[in-house]
Design a protein around this ligand. Structure first.
Ligand SMILES: Nc1ncnc2c1ncn2[C@@H]1O[C@H](COP(=O)(O)OP(=O)(O)O)[C@@H](O)[C@H]1O
Ligand SMILES: [Mg+2]
Length: 244
């Protein structure tokens, strides 16, 4: 797949969606998970997506990441329209441009932190060394540890290193702190903050924890499959100062 036409300067738009809907057929009824989402995410921003359980956050994230397709509407990443791509192109988009982080880390237990990250860098175009990715998330001292020798927060930071080692343009994080206590969750958010600052990776973090919005450039509040409110944050707080 060709590279996108430009390199994500600030001021340009990473994602744009127009009238995105998602309907799941479930037996006799239908679930309207997304009801016409119009969205713009500027390149390089750290965006928090807030909303109650069932409001459609994960559905939207999966569509932005090319894991799923909308029922109707259009999705653009920079100059490329995801909703016009065939499955092969969409897989290529995902591989080349998107890093995912989920609530559960899915590390391979028999591999060290370095080896878990190297699994991804072995197949990427222009990866960073696994050591560098682990250093960026504060795990330089832990590279030869196995997952069972790491805390939950450290394991999630390995997952962050694994996602960023291929230098994705966007990082899509679905409740990355959902399984962690607040102090540990903050160490994971600090890792995401470092990646966003040092690599300029556009970052979207789903949470139902409104305290996390304080560190975001922009907060999108979701309710019942639609955007309720977009707030631009003029005075971001560092992750280490967050509380919830
Ligand atoms: N694969 C699916 N099949 C049927 N319904 C689904 C599916 N995935 C999600 N839903 C429904 O779509 C709505 C939005 O879900 P989701 O995007 O997971 O919300 P959130 O991430 O905000 O909790 C919910 O009502 C959920 O039950
Ligand atoms: Mg969800």
């Amino acid at each position: 797949m060709p590279h996108p036409a430009h390199d994500g300067d600030r001021g340009s738009v990473a994602y744009r969606t127009l009238g995105v809907t998602k309907v799941y057929p479930t037996g006799e009824t239908e679930v309207h998970a997304l009801r016409g989402v119009d969205l713009e995410i500027p390149d390089g921003e750290f965006v928090v997506l807030l909303g109650a359980s069932g409001s459609g956050k994960s559905t939207l994230l999966n569509i932005l990441g090319g894991l799923d397709r909308p029922t109707e509407g259009r999705v653009f990443f920079r100059d490329a329209e995801l909703t016009r791509m065939n499955d092969t192109a969409l897989t290529g988009f995902r591989r080349e441009h998107v890093g995912f982080i989920f609530q559960f880390y899915n590390l391979i237990p028999s591999l060290t932190a370095r080896e878990n990250v190297a699994l991804v860098t072995d197949i990427a175009n222009d990866p960073m060394p696994a050591e560098d990715a682990l250093g960026m998330v504060g795990l330089a001292e832990r590279i030869d540890h196995f997952p069972s020798q790491l805390s939950g927060g450290e394991q999630q930071r390995v997952a962050v290193a694994r996602a960023v080692a291929k230098r994705p343009d966007v990082l899509l994080c679905d409740e990355p702190t959902g399984a962690l206590d607040s102090a540990t969750g903050i160490t994971v958010l600090e890792a995401l903050e470092s990646v966003n600052r040092e690599l300029g990776t556009t970052t979207l973090v789903i949470t139902h924890n409104s305290g996390i919005a304080a560190m975001a450039d922009r907060t999108i509040v979701f309710a019942d499959g639609a955007i309720l409110e977009v707030r631009v944050n003029e005075e971001k707080r560092p992750a280490r100062e967050l509380q919830w």
